[in-house]
Design a protein around this ligand. Sequence first.
Ligand code: ZN
Length: 313
Amino acid sequence: MKTIALDLGGTRIKIGVIEGTAILASSMIEAFSTNGLRARLASIEEAVFELLRSYRIPLNDIAGIGISVPGIVDPRQKTVLSVNQKYFDSVGFDFRGWAHEKFGLPIYLENDARAALVGEWKYGAGQGCDNLVMVTLGTGVGGAAIIEGKLLHGKHHQAGCLGGHFTINFVGQLCNCGNIGCVETEASSWSLPQQAMSDAGFPASLLSKNGTIDYERLFAAARRNDALADKLVHNSLLAWGSCVVNLIHAYDPETVIIGGGIMRSADIILPFIRKYVDSLAWTPWGKVSIVSARDMDTAALFGIAELLRESLK
Ligand SMILES: [Zn+2]
């Protein structure tokens, strides 16, 4: 069964034609997600048709479209219930009607971290394990959980996916979700520039030189013994460590999979979190395995294709 998978990320929209464990064709377009979804639909449609054309895949061969989005999703109604800045106008958007009108195809809709977790569960770092938690470190901090082989949704579709909004600092900054001292406010790509610039050590730091303040630059500056970068790296590692301990206490996983763009620095992040969790998490049964996502670039595509196939059975 061939399916189309769309992963609506904050920065890029990935498009894939998936059959079993193979990506037959794929492409990517810029997301401009702060401008909303509706402004991007025509480009998405064009990119899908272009991909099918260039790989000579007839639309008739496609069984459906899986769509993963950043936000709280109701997969039964196939609607987005709430978002945090990205694709603000996707809330209430009729994805089913859109896919039917433009492609004549059924859809499946799911939160992006849940889709990525399913992808890693079926084809990646979580294979063979039925108690899993996923954390994605990027613009925001995403999450998802599988308990005893069941992807967690909850009454209001938000169970397991708000790990980035666990309170880890009750005297912290206001988060854009409305809470105070969330994991995201303490350590994510969106909050990092503000944290750096508001520090008294900023003018003397390498981070004050021209350019975007992101984690790639932060880790590079820390390697050059920049005092502020060093402090912010340490603070971020503690924030993510606390987040993982909270997730372990909440969901009782055997394995925690960490993905997202910031994990390009996995050589620093993974050993720290492993040590942090080993010494602080309450797991009398043994040791939680903390691993990198096998392929964060494609996990959500495979996951959403898998969920779509299940729904079409
Ligand atoms: Zn928050």
